[in-house]
Design a protein around this ligand. Structure first.
Ligand code: EPU
Length: 338
């Protein structure tokens, strides 16, 4: 069988930071059987890395293993009682799926409009925005097990979802390749306008009874206003996670920083806004070498001027140190570093 592998391929078009590194070996998967072929050739025994939209990754050096770009396409659905089960292939662009659902009047994904990336990556980090998370609509996924060559189905309870986390990022990191995801959408779901910015923009537009299309449009508008467009300014969305801290830590911080942004999760824990912490350290809109912090959202690091991945990584380390010195809070990177 003909080899699928290309050698020394530039990864610049395949990562939204626009970092110009190379992969020693590169393969584009357009059919499921390609994965079985790679397995039979023993290629999963070496280092490999799976790329969806390349929107949550920072390359700090050339990649010396096999880079696998998932490009499987297709979306379909079935209706069962009051639910629509929408199945999309891993290489579909997430936002295309959102609009497919809106066009078919299936509610549930509209608050996550315009999140960059692919369907296959959506469960890995349990993507979320504007008051909702993927885990609320996830039904199952089909994944290729790179250790056995089998295709395996994972249901929601198998995935250990939590804020920006799943089993595919922890216990099964680098073992399964998600090739297809099924979402279970409640056809009688009500619209979620709980996020302040959505309410505000709906009111600006004088929309009193929003449709799911209105919500997707408003969310897209807010995102474009706040976040840089990767096609013009390299970035990977939020670079850090919002830290979750015990109540005692919040109480300590409130003494010196009474205006600290925080959200209650439960009686014992609170989420802090990492963007606020970084802004308080003076980093919003600042640059270090070719790397920078976005002027409208301090949680987003950017490729300001032909940055190397190393420069962006160094900026992230400086920010981690500064936030720790000021608040004694250890931020964690959300973006995967290679
Ligand atoms: N804030 C600041 N300064 C900043 C940024 C934010 O003070 O520079 C404050 C805001 O004023 C607000 C709070 O922090 O009070 C939260 O800000 P925002 O609503 O922008 O959301 P976020 O918590 O910073 C998270 C997600 C985003 C998602 C938004 C909206 C994470 C790590 N990030 O950001 O997700 O779009 O909520 O739901 O959870 C992504 O993951 O790539 C991403 C963009």
């Amino acid at each position: 069988m003909e080899s699928l592998i290309q050698e020394n391929v530039s990864l610049k078009p395949f990562n939204t930071f626009g970092i110009a590194v190379q992969a020693k070996q590169f393969v584009e998967i357009t059919k499921r059987e390609h994965l079985s072929q790679l397995f039979n050739e023993g290629l999963f025994k070496q280092d490999f890395l799976v790329l969806g939209g390349g929107s949550n990754i920072l390359f700090t050096q050339d990649y010396t293993g096999l880079l696998i770009k998932i490009n499987l396409k297709g979306i379909g659905y079935t209706i069962q009682q009051n639910h629509s089960f929408v199945t999309a292939q891993g290489g579909e662009v997430w936002n295309d799926l959102v609009w497919y659902c809106i066009d078919h009047q299936f509610p549930g994904l509209e608050n996550m409009a315009l999140i960059p990336g692919t369907v296959g990556a959506s469960p890995v980090q349990n993507i979320g925005a504007y008051g909702t998370e993927l885990m609320h609509v996830f039904y199952s996924c089909l994944a290729f097990d790179t250790t056995s060559g089998q295709f395996v189905t994972f249901y929601k309870d198998d995935c250990n979802f939590s804020y920006r986390e799943s089993i595919f990022k922890s216990k099964y990191k680098n073992r399964y390749i998600i090739i297809e995801v099924t979402y279970k959408l409640d056809l009688s779901a009500t619209i979620n306008t709980s996020y302040g910015a959505i309410e505000k923009e709906l009111s600006n537009r004088q929309i009193q009874h929003p449709t799911i299309k209105d919500i997707a449009e408003v969310v897209s508008y807010i995102r474009v206003e706040k976040l840089p467009d990767p096609s013009t300014v390299g970035n990977a969305g939020s670079f850090f996670k919002n830290p979750i801290v015990p109540k005692s830590t919040l109480q300590r911080l409130l003494i010196d920083f009474p205006e600290i942004v925080h959200y209650k999760i439960d009686e014992k824990s609170y989420k802090l806004a990492a963007g606020w912490l970084i802004e308080q350290c003076g980093w919003k809109g600042k640059k270090q070498g070719g790397a920078g912090v976005w002027h409208n959202q301090a949680l987003v690091l950017i490729n300001a001027n032909q940055a190397t991945g190393q420069e962006i990584f160094e900026l992230s380390s400086t920010i981690l140190n500064d936030v720790y010195s000021k608040f004694e809070i250890q931020l964690e990177r959300e973006v995967n570093i290679f």
